[in-house]
Write a protein that binds this ligand. Structure first.
Ligand SMILES: [Zn+2]
Ligand SMILES: [Zn+2]
Length: 347
């Protein structure tokens, strides 16, 4: 039988989020019912709650950084048992047949993956996300959270963690490589830790030196203010890889000039307005400008295991449900170090 659980939902683009009873589907043969313990707040949640990326289906329960415990499994489930510590990220399904899905890149499914919220699932219903006390997800899209990772610290890894990890792996961040991270926010603070743990030499490029101490503590060797023009003169042709976590318009040519020959700048942040580029910035150093979107399910598991092995996680501030709207304003003001996580027992 379908059931309802306590949640927080946006009822329109302009109203604050408020308590809501969300319906979950019956636990099917291959489904896992998860009692959600913690749910991270991602900037995408705010965009969706406010219809900033197109009209959302209201009421919408957002949240795709979900950590909890398995409460029930379907008769055909083989990977999980009641009591297991698990997570769910940005996807809850995909076609599983296209070239991308077969390669383990479900995030690039040619038919479009099913987002954890505000997406249409196989039954034709709108998916509802993690600001809730439970969720039902097919087992293939459920991740195992290693015992050594606390659930609250693990939650943001399911989006911010994998979004940073995937490009670092794809472009071979590791010993002997110089990696720069633009922006030290929710994504950037994970990218710094991960690149450092992979063995790369990490530089933070931040607007100011306000968070320098944090950046060095997280594993950066160098920290520069991009508001200082000297930075760009000093760092020309320095990096093998630059990960741009900033969702604002930047002078891409200035940043591309910091890449060595054959270097790559990869965008994981997505500004609302188009970014401009003079092709000479690429041509003069055979440089590449790329993008990357979260990671596949197998790679997300690899990231969680990597974080457990290297004892790293997100820096978090746990909040009760009543503070979600205030937290949104603080995210927009960059007033968070570095991720808000909702304690879902307060929903
Ligand atoms: Zn996210
Ligand atoms: Zn597919």
């Amino acid at each position: 039988m379908p059931f309802t659980v306590s949640a927080y939902a946006a009822r329109s683009a302009t109203e604050p989020l408020a308590p809501y009873q969300v319906e979950r589907r019956d636990v099917g043969e291959l489904d896992v019912r998860i009692d959600i313990k913690f749910s991270g707040i991602c900037h995408s949640d705010i965009h969706t709650a406010r219809s900033e990326w197109g009209a959302s289906n209201y009421p919408v329960v957002v949240g795709h950084e979900i950590a909890g415990v398995v409460a029930e499994v379907g008769s055909g489930v083989t990977k999980f048992a009641v009591g297991d510590r698990v997570g769910v990220g940005c996807m809850v399904d995909s076609c599983r047949e296209c070239e991308s899905c077969r390669a383990g890149n479900e995030q690039y499914c040619s038919k479009g993956n099913t987002g954890t919220y505000n997406s249409i699932d196989a039954e034709g219903k709108v998916t509802q996300g993690g600001y809730a006390q439970a969720i039902v997800v097919t087992e293939d899209f459920v991740l195992r959270i290693p015992d050594s990772l606390e659930l609250d610290v693990a939650a943001p890894l399911l989006c911010a963690g994998i979004t940073s990890y995937s490009p670092l792996r794809h472009w071979n961040a590791g010993p002997g490589k110089k990696v720069a991270v633009i922006g030290l926010g929710g994504l950037g603070h994970m990218a710094v830790q991960l690149a450092h743990a992979m063995g790369a030499e990490v530089t933070v490029l931040s607007q100011s030196l306000k968070k320098q101490e944090d950046g060095l503590k997280l594993g950066a060797t160098h920290y520069y203010a991009t508001s200082d023009p000297e930075t760009f003169q000093q760092l020309g042709s320095t990096f093998d890889l630059i990960v741009n976590t900033v969702s604002a318009k930047l002078d891409m040519g200035a940043y591309l000039a910091l890449l060595k020959v054959d270097g790559t700048l990869v965008n994981v942040g997505a500004p609302d307005e188009p970014l401009e580029l003079n092709a000479f910035a690429l041509i003069t150093g055979r440089r590449s400008w790329a993008g990357s979107n979260i990671g596949g399910i197998a790679e997300t598991q690899e990231m969680l295991d990597f974080c457990a092995e290297h004892r790293l996680g997100s820096e978090i501030e746990v909040i009760p449900a009543g503070k979600i709207n205030e937290a949104y304003e603080r995210v927009l003001a960059s007033d968070v170090r570095y991720r808000f996580v909702i304690d879902t027992s307060t929903l």
